[in-house]
Design a protein around this ligand. Sequence first.
Ligand code: GLA
Length: 392
Amino acid sequence: MKSLYAQFRKVFGDSGEIRSFFSPGRVNLIGEHTDYNGGHVFPCSLSIGTYAVARKREDSIIRFYSMNFEEKGVMTVNADKLVYEAEHDWANYPKGVVSIVKQSGYDVSGFDVLYYGNIPNGAGLSSSASIELATAVLLNELNDIHLEMVEMVKMSQRAENEFVGVNCGIMDQFAIGMGKEAAAVLLDCNTLQYSYSPVVLKNAALVIANTNKRRGLADSKYNERRSECERALSQLQEHLQIESLGDLTVEAFEANKHYITNSIDQKRAKHAVYENVRTIEAAKRLNAGEIDVFGQLMNESHVSLRDDYEVTGLELDALVEAAWAEEGVIGSRMTGAGFGGCTITIVENQFLHSFQTNVAKTYKEKTGLTPEFYVVEIGAGAREINQLSEAL
Ligand code: GLA
C-alpha cells in the first residue's frame, strides 16, 4: 500500500485526501453457465484482487492510471461525456461503472485513481468484475451516495453488458461484491436470494490451476451458448409455464426435452438444468461436511461442461484429467467461462506437493504449456480499506 500511495502522489500530485479500496477476484466452486439461465451458482471471493487509491476532484474530470499497464500512462476523460473507446482498453470497465451510476441518477464528481491488481490477467478469475466493483465502491464512498452493495453489483453488471458490450451474467459481480471470508455464496440468480456456506474442508485445500491458455475467442462462444439456451427455452415455453431453464427439475426436463428440436440446443439446455440441480445439491453436501460427495459433483460438473456444454477444450480437459489421476484429489473441474483460464481442485493437504509436481508434468507433456497453482484463500468482498494493516 505504501508504494501505491507513493506512486499515486508521483502521478497525480500531493494535495488532498487520498482513500483506498480493495475488490477481490472470484472463483466458482460449482454452478457454471447457470447464472444467465436463471439457475444457482456457488462462488467465493479471493484474497487476491484489485486495489484502488483515489482522490475526489471538484470538477468533472476523471484521470485513470494502472500500475499493471504503466505503458498506457494516464487516461483523462470527462464524467459528463463517457463513451466506449477501444484505445482506453481496461479503463472502459471503470468508465462504464461511472456512466451507469450517473445514468441511475446519482451525482458524481471527478476523481483521480490509481489501480493495482494481483489477479493473473486473462485467467478467468474476474479481473474485470473486480475493477468494476472497486470503482463502484469508490464512487459510492467519495460521493456519499449510500448505495446498498447489491445495487452496486447490479450496476457493475450493467456496465459490462451495456457499456463494454459483454453479455455476462451476474455471478462475478455478485461474488465480488457480496463475498465473505472463508465462505462460498449460494446465489439463486433468478431471485437474487442467497446464503453463505462456510468452506470447511477438514484436511484438504482448494487449489486453482491456471492453464495459461488465454481465452481468445471466449466472448463470441459465450454469446453463442447464451443464444442456444435462449432458443431452447423459448421452444419449451410453448408448452410449459417457465421463466428460465433454472425452473426445471431433471424429471421435467427429461419429459419435455423433445420439444427442443435442435439436438445441440438440447444438450446445452440439459447442462443448464442438470448443473443447476447439481449446484443446489453440492451446497447441501458441503454444509453437511460431505466433502467427498461435493468433489464427485465437481467432477460431474466438468464432464457436463465438456460433453454437453462444450466449453472446456484441450487444455482444461488435460489439466482436470491429470488432477483426477492423482492421489489425494477429491474433485476437480474447470471454473469460469471456460475455453481456457483456470481449474479448481480439492486436494488433501498431504498430497499438495505431489499434486502440483505430477499435474504440471503430465499437463506439459500433453499441451506444451506450464501451469501455475495457487492455494485459494477466501477473502471478504469489495470494500474501503484505509488502514494499512488490513491492506498488507
Ligand atoms: C463468466 C461470466 C459469468 C458466468 C460464467 C460461467 O465468468 O462473466 O456471468 O456466466 O462465465 O459460469
